[in-house]
Design a protein around this ligand. Structure first.
Ligand SMILES: Cc1ncc(COP(=O)(O)O)c(C=O)c1O
Length: 398
């Protein structure tokens, strides 16, 4: 492994984990159970693999490295497939129940019983790729029109993937936060429904359903484990992914839940800054990170409530260790599997490799030869051109 990891500037701030109430109250166990029961009935559902990367663990002097590979999730390339589509179904259920003045079921919407009503409900969202793909896919499955707002830097391959799923894709000048704003404004003016993966004051229901949908992934992990991991690294943008996983782990493992470590790009450190200030902080994105899925300047308020009570550590990483980490997974030692990961999937592993070279960092996050580390490879290859460039040694050194 190359020296880029030894020299990388990794910033760390300690969290203030306490009470653990939010993890139980905001995303209740019954909410997770309802989402799991529904999503696991969808056509094409299959659990994604959880690998134990033994050779990698040995090379990093750790007890175990577990890697949940979300690349194959519903053929959409990322864990986000679980959230947007489920939240879309929840919005449709609520709206159609209102229109018809009686409660309709998920299965009736899925089976097309209310196709006429569904076709009149437009769902919209901003995205940097993965969430929009999930929403577009859900809308296509359930028969609802879909509009997706993307910012200037979202790759054309990712935009095309959403168009192929029937969404109208609108490219917005500016960054992710600008696309969120436009989606919100246009929805308000046109009576469309925003299905966002992030909350803001007065808007929380669909993002909560998004986070509950992610619970499928955590349940699959828990089902495979006899003992809790000691650490989990959760790469974050608005924080919905981290909040969902941290909540579901807390509910399952109780006081034995793993130490939660939040990892962000140093170019989009909104949770890191929030941890420093001990309140929600917005940051402005001046440059886009190579980890497109993690480029977000504003935490989800609801996610922050959970993360602030659960996370022990907040870490930011530079872009130049991302491509080398993607390459590490494709060139494994020993019997470890070859894994093709997207840029946003490897943030936690990048920190682990740096910690093996930077002993002060290793100590700060309490890693040693007894540590059993859980990583979630949150996306596979969602842009083949970028992946090929990385494999050819591009998108930074290493
Ligand atoms: C692959 C991937 N991993 C992690 C995240 C972070 O998720 P969240 O925005 O819920 O923090 C994203 C967000 O888009 C993503 O696409």
């Amino acid at each position: 492994m190359t020296s880029v990891f030894g020299h990388a500037l990794i910033s760390h701030v300690s969290g203030r984990p306490h009470t653990h109430q939010a993890a139980l109250e905001i995303l209740p166990t019954e909410g997770f159970e309802t989402a799991i029961e529904e999503i696991t009935q969808w056509d094409g559902y299959a659990p994604t693999p959880l690998y134990s990367l033994k050779a990698l663990a040995e090379s990093l002097s750790l007890g175990e490295v577990l890697y949940k590979d979300e690349g194959a999730r519903f053929g959409l390339g990322s864990f986000k497939a679980l959230g947007g589509a489920y939240a879309a179904l929840c919005v449709l259920q609520k709206q159609i129940s209102l229109i018809l003045s009686h409660e309709v079921s998920f299965v009736d919407i899925r089976s097309g019983k209310y196709a006429e009503e569904t076709a009149k409900i437009t769902l919209v969202s901003a995205t940097d790729g993965n969430h929009g793909r999930s929403l577009a896919w859900g809308c296509q499955r359930f028969g609802a029109p879909c509009r997706i707002y993307i910012h200037a830097e979202v790759s054309e391959i990712r935009a095309a993937a959403m168009r192929e799923l029937g969404a109208e894709v609108i490219r917005v000048k500016g960054n992710y936060d600008d696309s969120v704003e436009l989606a919100r404004d246009e929805a308000e003016r046109n009576n469309w429904f925003v299905v966002s993966d992030t909350t803001w004051p007065g808007y929380s229901e669909p993002p909560r359903d998004v986070m509950l949908g992610y619970g499928v992934m955590t349940k699959e992990i828990n089902d495979k484990l006899n003992h809790p991991p000691t650490h989990i690294f959760l790469q974050s943008a608005c924080g919905g992914f981290a909040a969902s996983v941290a909540s579901a782990l807390r509910q399952y493992w109780g006081y034995q839940t793993p130490r939660v470590i939040i990892v962000e790009s140093e170019l989009a450190p909104c949770l890191y800054e929030s941890a420093k200030a001990n309140e929600v902080k917005r940051v402005s994105i001046k440059e886009e990170t190579i980890m497109a899925g993690l480029s977000c300047g504003e935490p989800s308020e609801m996610a922050w409530k959970i993360i602030s009570e659960e996370a022990s550590d907040f870490i930011t990483i530079p872009d130049n260790i991302v491509a080398p980490t993607v390459r590490v997974l494709t060139r494994p030692n020993g019997d470890d599997p070859i894994i093709e990961a997207g840029e946003s999937a490897v943030a936690g592993l990048a920190v682990l490799i740096c910690a093996a070279k930077q002993l002060d960092l290793k100590k700060k996050i309490g890693l040693d030869e007894n540590s059993r580390v859980l990583l979630i490879g949150s996306e596979g290859v969602t842009d083949r051109e970028i992946f090929n460039t990385i494999m050819e040694g591009g998108k930074n050194v290493g």
